[in-house]
Design a binder for this molecule. Structure first.
Ligand SMILES: [Zn+2]
Length: 336
């Protein structure tokens, strides 16, 4: 028998979901604002602006269903959370059915901003060679499954922990993470990568480790780049300039790729493109249109006519401080 949710349970979980949506809406609004204002000539400028309006209003209908629209952009923390949730829902149980899983990292040298696109092309070409090989195809036919993820991080450190100059200062680090159900194939992938790309940085950067069944799988579903950087004094900030370089270079490239046949997986594939356009939540809020607004000391969703508060948060805490500090560095206008 299906579990029947009591009204109070629904309200409680809805309240928490709304709280998080509000928090990430605020974060996303400011983050895309920084991307937009620091990179006005970016080929993505228009898309950054689009994300200002992600989940900008929540419409609650007569049946208590709350609907808002996603922008579906990669830099949007609201939409990324949604996408990761969809993938975990679709794949987690199936991955847990595997006796063993391995986590492989494949990388090459770091590159400067000007070379990032070409380097990503090279990485993808190397992967294609692996995926087209008889060894790989045979393993897949025999039922091996996995997930391949393309990641890129920025290396902004100037000195290493021991105080020596960082040879990778101001470079980008594109790499693959692969979660795979065969130890043999995982080990072979690393060897093959090094054989095909002898100029790969070093053997230590290529990694293959067994994943515990305690949920370490979730590692693969994390964000594809580190959104928050640290400056030379160790202070956390959002680096909109270098993030723009990553987002531009990653355009039209798939972050996630499911490995294995549909039959081996036995569950439908989640595509980055076909995540639902609208967010729907069950609620007991009064019907109406709640618009997201930010005031001097708080932000939240407020009904446009009655002013009823759907959810609200004060402007305080470490996320708030980090974002505000980052905006001051960039000089983002207060009322955009
Ligand atoms: Zn969004």
């Amino acid at each position: 028998m299906a579990k029947v949710q009591s009204k109070s349970e629904t309200t409680k979980s809805f309240g928490l979901k709304l709280l998080k949506r509000n928090k990430f809406k605020w974060f996303g609004y400011h983050l895309t604002g920084m991307l937009y204002y620091q990179n006005p000539n970016s080929e993505l400028a228009k898309s950054y602006r689009n994300s200002f309006y992600c989940c900008n209003s929540i419409e609650v209908d007569a049946n208590g269903l709350a609907i808002s629209l996603w922008c579906k952009n990669r830099w949007c923390p609201l939409c990324q959370r949604n996408k990761m949730g969809a993938m975990i829902n679709a794949y987690y149980d199936r991955l847990q059915m595997e006796k063993e899983m391995y986590f492989v990292t494949l990388s090459r040298r770091n590159v400067g901003a000007a070379d990032l696109k070409a380097e990503l092309d090279r990485l993808q070409a190397l992967w294609r060679t692996i995926a087209m090989s008889r060894r790989y195809k045979r393993a897949i036919k025999e039922g091996v499954i996995g997930i391949r993820k393309l990641e890129c991080t920025y290396h902004g450190t100037q000195t290493l922990k021991d105080g020596s100059p960082d040879p990778w200062y101001d470079t980008f680090h594109p790499h693959f993470h692969i979660l795979i159900s065969s130890r043999e194939l995982a080990k072979w992938m690393v060897e093959e990568w090094l054989r095909l790309s002898p100029d790969s940085s070093d053997r230590q950067s290529q990694d293959c480790k067994k994943v515990n069944s305690d949920g370490s799988y979730l590692e693969i579903f994390k964000y594809f780049t580190k959104l928050i950087a640290k400056d030379s004094s160790g202070k956390r900030f959002f680096d909109a300039l270098n993030m723009n370089t990553i987002f531009e270079a990653m355009q039209h490239r798939r972050v996630y790729f499911r490995l294995g046949t549909g039959k081996s997986w036995g569950v439908a594939e989640v595509n980055e493109e076909d995540i639902e356009q609208a967010a729907v939540l069950d609620t007991d809020a009064s019907s109406g249109v709640y618009k997201w607004e930010e005031f001097e000391k708080e932000f939240g969703y407020y009904e446009i006519e009655s002013g009823e508060v759907l959810t609200e948060l004060p402007k305080s805490g470490s996320l708030y401080d980090m974002v505000t500090d980052s905006e001051q560095r960039i000089g983002v206008p207060v009322n955009k």
